[in-house]
Design a protein around this ligand. Structure first.
Ligand code: ADP
Length: 793
């Protein structure tokens, strides 16, 4: 018996207990039932374990759900709720009622303290779900809030109120950004997200797998404009594939070959482009190569009025205001010959993987997770538990219809749509790209078949269309991510005629996404069918099939062109199914690898980020004595590092150092009086005396002890932040540099680690020095109300 079987048995036992308890709560008056929250909180406060209270708490919520919403949780929902409390991924099919399921674990966790999050993939869903079940939490006496504005026109949320609630519904990116911003705050009061107790992620696979490719980055202060983008672009455009650079099989990575490097050295007239001196140039070359070879106009971005607008891969929407990081955006601008915008610095970044690992307990729910159970376990240490459906599944998943050409495939699939319509069945056509959904819509139009094309600009509108896709004879064309999280309900006539037909026009990037699409049919025991129409010309086959397939495909297509009549016949041999499955498996593996790779890099960054954030927090909480200690350590460190330099000290160097770091108004003539030689010991004592006198001056200038504390705190934080932002930005760039360097002996991640460590130590020295500089060289401006403004050096 595996671990998981044991768990599900245990959960079933608990669920049975809950079912038995419900009648007791049913008999209670409203006020008695509401009062249970207080009783449970008291028992928790007296040291009783939450686990022990679980059956009662769940029975209470179940009864409250019935009274407030008119929905009584099914047995399987209770079971799912238990799995979620214990930090699992509950695989529950579409339409099983995950929103209601969440009320049980969220309530019990809410009783236990703050910092409990329900995460959705967009703001619309956070609001919709919170409005749907928020009443229950409130009725039971807990507070709930939504961490995102309701729509774009609304003001920002009141973070204090949001994060002070027992239960918070929000999105992954809102939480991530708030967390990063918290770590740029100067006082504890400006930090809001400080408790990471429990998180329940809805559509967990979409958030942790599909969206995990891009880390969250806060960007700020513009960098000095570089003129290397254009020259690098010219140079890179002169290179040829195979000779000067190579692309990975999946066309998602590209790197220089030795030959390309040699040409670059010649072109720019330098030697050893990989040494630190030329790192910035090299970075620009890598960016130019990526912009030219990996990013495609109209697929990844569009050029509009001299601006580059990125496109969302999943649904083709323009991502207004979003830019690629670390210079890639500027490289595309150079490629397209539009004006180059300012590069901004990354002021902090985190991947979703590491954000959600901060929680004591991580759980999630989705219709599809089993296919990726291994990755969930390895990366997040969570188990996937399959929860049975409330009613048995009647949906039929048909084998793929395989064709030689794309054209044959599409034409045959249109026939299938028409047949379903004849019976009055609703049809959902799922495509792998925006281009395909547009094409399909055009074909339907030619056949005079009315339909909805899902390319709505808002999620809310999209959800509305999806929710209506179950009406008799409705045809809806969508891409795979569209309207996720919205349930398709059948009307009685649609149910009569055989239910929803889900028709995929190609297999998606993983079997998990295929299942997600199939799962739109057959909810709550409804009838339904699913089928994928595929061809040897599908993107997934072209890009990810085993190598030998390319030749075989060419031959097949040529043969097919000769015999016109046979064109629309499907391929029946098993080997074609195998090709499709193998291509998809290859593609999926590449994505798993790429996510692992991102994580490996972020692990290294994460160690540094945690050290810095911990240090910041100590400074924010620290007493005056603690801050005095820091200043003392800065003094020692700065003197050590100045006097440890290998070259000999002399009068000029010393004067320079003092002017730059200790005192602007220093009278150099005093040196000759006070220092008779430049031996290290003497210089050290001299500097120490001088720094201590200067520090005393600061005391003198700010007599108020509270202001004194505050001043010390902000000079320290300022020093940490300035240097960390620099480092954080440096690491982002370093990542793109080493990533484009995988030939010969270079192991990118290894190089990244060495360089990241080295620069971290360098940064620490810089922080010590800057604390002292900020303390001694800041200009203080006294206002009439007694406050002081600080101008940092
Ligand atoms: P999912 O997210 O799992 O696809 P939803 O949470 O959107 O499902 O719920 C689907 C539908 O089922 C909703 O209309 C909801 O009101 C209904 N529902 C959920 N649980 C119950 C229940 N216990 N009894 C009756 N209807 C329910």
């Amino acid at each position: 018996m595996t671990m998981k079987d044991k768990n599900i048995k245990k959960y079933k036992r608990i669920a049975n207990k809950i079912i038995k308890l419900i009648p007791m709560y049913k008999a209670m008056s409203d006020s008695d039932l509401q009062n249970q929250t207080i009783l449970l909180k008291e028992r928790l406060a007296n040291g009783e374990k939450a686990e022990k209270l679980l059956p009662q708490a769940y029975a209470i919520v179940a009864e409250a759900d019935r009274r407030v919403l008119g929905l009584e949780p099914y047995y399987v929902q209770i079971l799912g709720g238990i799995a979620l409390f214990y930090g699992n991924v509950a695989e529950m099919k579409t339409g099983e009622g995950k929103t209601l399921t969440a009320t049980m674990p969220m309530y019990l966790r809410g009783l236990m303290g703050k910092g409990n999050f329900l995460i959705t993939s967009n703001s619309y869903l956070a609001w919709r779900d919170a409005e749907e079940v928020g009443k229950v939490y409130r009725w039971l006496g807990l507070t709930i809030s939504v961490g995102v504005p309701k729509d774009a026109s609304e003001e920002e949320v009141d973070k204090e109120a949001v994060y002070g609630s027992d239960i918070i519904y929000t999105t992954h990116s809102a939480l991530g950004f708030d967390y990063l911003f918290d770590n740029l705050a100067t006082t504890l009061e400006e930090q809001y997200v400080n408790t990471f107790n429990y998180v329940l992620i809805d559509e967990i696979d979409a958030i942790l797998l599909d969206m995990a490719q891009t880390p969250l980055i806060i960007s700020g202060a513009p960098k000095v404009q570089s003129n290397l983008f254009e020259t690098s672009d010219w140079f890179v455009k002169s290179l040829s594939e195979g000779e000067d650079y190579l692309k990975s099989e999946d066309k998602r990575n590209v790197w220089f070959k030795e030959e390309g490097i040699k040409k670059a050295e010649k072109y720019f007239g330098i030697h050893g482009i990989l040494i630190e001196e030329w790192r910035d140039l090299y970075r620009h070359l890598v960016l130019a190569l990526r912009a030219n070879q990996l990013l495609e106009e109209n697929r990844d971005y569009v050029v509009e009025e001299g601006e580059i607008l990125l496109l969302d891969e999943a649904n083709g929407r323009k991502l207004i205001g979003t830019k690629l990081q670390a210079g890639l955006h500027q490289a595309i601008e150079a490629k397209e010959g539009v004006e180059i915008t300012n590069e901004t610095r990354s002021m902090g970044s985190i991947t979703y993987q590491n954000l959600f690992k901060k929680f004591k307990i991580l759980s999630g729910m989705t219709g599809t997770a089993k296919t990726d159970a291994e990755e969930f376990r390895e990366t997040y240490n969570v188990n996937v538990i399959q929860i049975p459906t409330n009613k048995s599944i009647k949906r039929v998943d048909h084998p793929d219809e395989v064709y030689v050409t794309n054209k044959a495939k599409v034409l045959s699939s249109l026939k299938a749509v028409k047949e379903a319509l004849k019976k009055g069945r609703p049809v959902l056509v799922e495509t792998g790209s925006v281009a395909m959904s547009n094409l399909y819509s055009l074909l339907l139009l030619q056949q005079k078949i009315p339909h909805n094309l899902l390319n709505a600009t808002t999620v809310a509108k999209e959800s509305l269309i999806v929710s209506e896709a179950g009406r008799k004879g409705a045809v809806t064309v969508a891409t795979s991510m569209a309207g996720r999280g919205t349930d398709i309900k059948l009307d009685p006539e649609a149910k009569e005629s055989g239910g929803l037909l889900v028709l995929g026009t190609e297999r998606m990037t993983s079997d998990r996404i295929d299942f997600q699409l199939r799962g739109r049919a057959g909810r709550q025991g409804d009838p339904g069918d699913t089928v994928f129409f595929v061809s040897m010309e599908d993107k997934i086959v072209v890009e990810s099939a085993p190598k030998w397939v390319a030749k075989a495909r060419k031959k097949l297509v040529e043969e097919n062109e000769q015999k016109e009549t046979a064109e629309t016949k499907p391929l029946k041999e098993k080997k074609y199914d195998k090709i499709i499955n193998k291509s998809q498996a290859n593609r999926k593996n590449q994505e798993v690898e790429s996510r692992k790779n991102i994580l490996e890099y972020d692990e290294i960054i994460s160690v540094q980020r945690e050290m810095i954030y911990t240090a910041r927090n100590k400074v924010m909480e620290g007493s005056i004595a603690f801050l005095e200690g820091i200043i003392q350590r800065s003094t020692e460190n700065v003197i050590d590092s100045f006097t440890s330099e290998k070259t000999n000290l002399d009068r000029n160097k010393l004067i320079d150092f003092i002017y730059n770091n200790i005192a602007y108004n220093f009278d150099a003539s005093t040196i000759d009086r006070e220092l008779n030689d430049y031996g290290k010991k003497h210089v050290r004592e001299y500097l120490k005396r001088m720094i201590l006198t200067q520090i005393e001056q600061v005391h003198f200038k700010i007599p108020d002890s509270f202001q004194q504390l505050y001043f010390r705190r902000i000079v320290t934080l300022k020093a940490i932040d300035t240097m960390w932002i620099e480092q954080s930005d440096n690491l982002q760039q370093l990542k793109s540099v080493v990533n484009g360097r995988s030939w010969g002996q270079h192991r990118p991640i290894y190089e990244f680690q060495i360089e990241a460590r080295r620069s971290f130590f360098e940064m620490k020295d810089e922080i010590w020095l800057n604390i002292l500089r900020n303390l001694l060289l800041s200009d203080l401006v006294y206002n009439s109300d007694g406050s002081i403004d600080v101008d940092f050096p």
